[in-house]
Design a protein. Structure first.
Length: 360
């Protein structure tokens, strides 16, 4: 995973010169040392939708080359970028130390917009601790990990969004259910029952509509897929991209190309077209024999969305825990304590044995 460009003109605190960080849920940068705050210029609520076919032709050449700096994890291969000093920084996925890589130049597309973090680190830790404490049979080490102030990291994940006008011609069949009385024999004699049947007729037609913000994750590697439970953001809160929102957080660059992202969005468009077609056919059942789909006025955005992540290793296996940085929804894989379960089962067996011995 390559990462977002480091700001070339980073501004320090006007009072003490320390680094300013974005204050989640606000329009301000904050100094952790002296408390100084600086406003981020008013964010635009509207931003340019980029013309898809134009970018598909030019992306990959040097027309959009940017200088980026990577922090590389030798353990899991992830590359991360931070808008802060990287000394002693650990990988958000496996907690191994990150190593500074050489500068690289490559063609890539800058983010158009982002959803800023609405939860600060203190709030995220409180949510994480509450969730962990509610887990039955969790190892004590996991509960201690939830208290580790260095164990939770804010991460901006890259996504593609695609808009288009969809028009689909279809041929198929509409099925309408009806019932017939059927007689059959049993040991008790002749019985009757209602049997459902379907009357089919051929249909054809056209559906059309606007596809708005088909969301495609742009950083997807085996073993690090974001759980669907937290992958919901209110995109109405997108603001125009400003690198100041990245300060204090880790940011990933997309690894799913624009071309691949477009291919995946088309698969979603096909599923949406089938839904529209079935609704248009109507009846009790539908069969779709042929569909010709055309997309026009295709545009896209490269956006960043906020999530907190904690990596925990138990019995040789990595577990990841996630908090949606906008909504506070939490989920993750979890280990079970063998010994807690063992002693509970043992306790239950002892209780049963005592009841059996002393029962009258």
């Amino acid at each position: 995973m390559d990462q977002i460009q480091r700001s070339e003109h980073k501004k320090g605190c006007a009072n003490c010169g320390a680094e300013l960080r974005y204050k989640p849920g606000s329009q301000q940068l904050h100094c952790d040392y002296c408390g100084y705050e600086e406003f981020i210029e008013a964010a635009k609520s509207s931003f340019e939708e980029l013309e898809l076919q134009h970018y598909l032709k030019i992306v990959g050449n040097n027309a959009h080359a940017q200088t980026i700096q990577l922090l590389h994890c030798k353990n899991c291969g992830a590359n991360q970028h931070v808008e802060e000093h990287y000394k002693s920084l650990k990988c958000v996925y496996c907690s191994e130390p990150l190593i500074l890589e050489d500068m690289e130049r490559e063609g890539w597309i800058l983010p158009t917009a982002l959803v800023p973090f609405q939860l600060d680190l203190k709030e995220a830790r409180a949510i994480f601790r509450k969730w962990v404490n509610g887990l039955w049979w969790a190892p004590d080490k996991l509960k201690k990990a939830a208290l580790d102030p260095e164990g939770l990291h804010g991460l901006y994940l890259p996504y593609w969004t695609f808009d288009a006008h969809l028009r689909a011609h279809y041929r198929g069949q509409r099925g309408d259910h009806y019932y017939e009385r059927q007689t059959y024999r049993t040991k008790q004699g002749r019985q009757t029952r209602q049997v459902r049947k379907t009357r089919w007729r051929h249909v054809s037609g056209t559906v059309s509509g606007l596809l708005d913000d088909i969301l495609i994750v742009a950083s997807q590697e085996k073993g690090r897929q974001l759980p669907a439970k937290i992958a919901f953001w209110n995109l109405k809160e997108l603001v125009a991209f400003n690198s100041k929102y990245l300060s204090g957080f880790v940011t990933e660059k997309y690894t799913v190309s624009l071309k691949e992202g477009h291919h995946r969005s088309f698969q979603q468009a096909k599923r949406m077209a089938n839904t529209w077609i079935r609704r248009d056919i109507g009846g009790d059942a539908q069969r779709i024999h042929q569909t010709d789909i055309a997309l026009s006025n295709e545009t896209f955005k490269h956006i960043l969305l906020p999530v907190y992540i904690s990596a925990y290793r138990y019995n040789g296996k990595n577990y990841h825990f996630y908090i949606n940085g906008q909504t506070g929804t939490v989920t993750g894989g979890r280990p079970y304590s063998f010994w807690k379960i063992f002693f509970l089962v043992l306790f239950v067996l002892v209780v049963i044995a005592l009841i059996a011995i002393f029962a009258p």
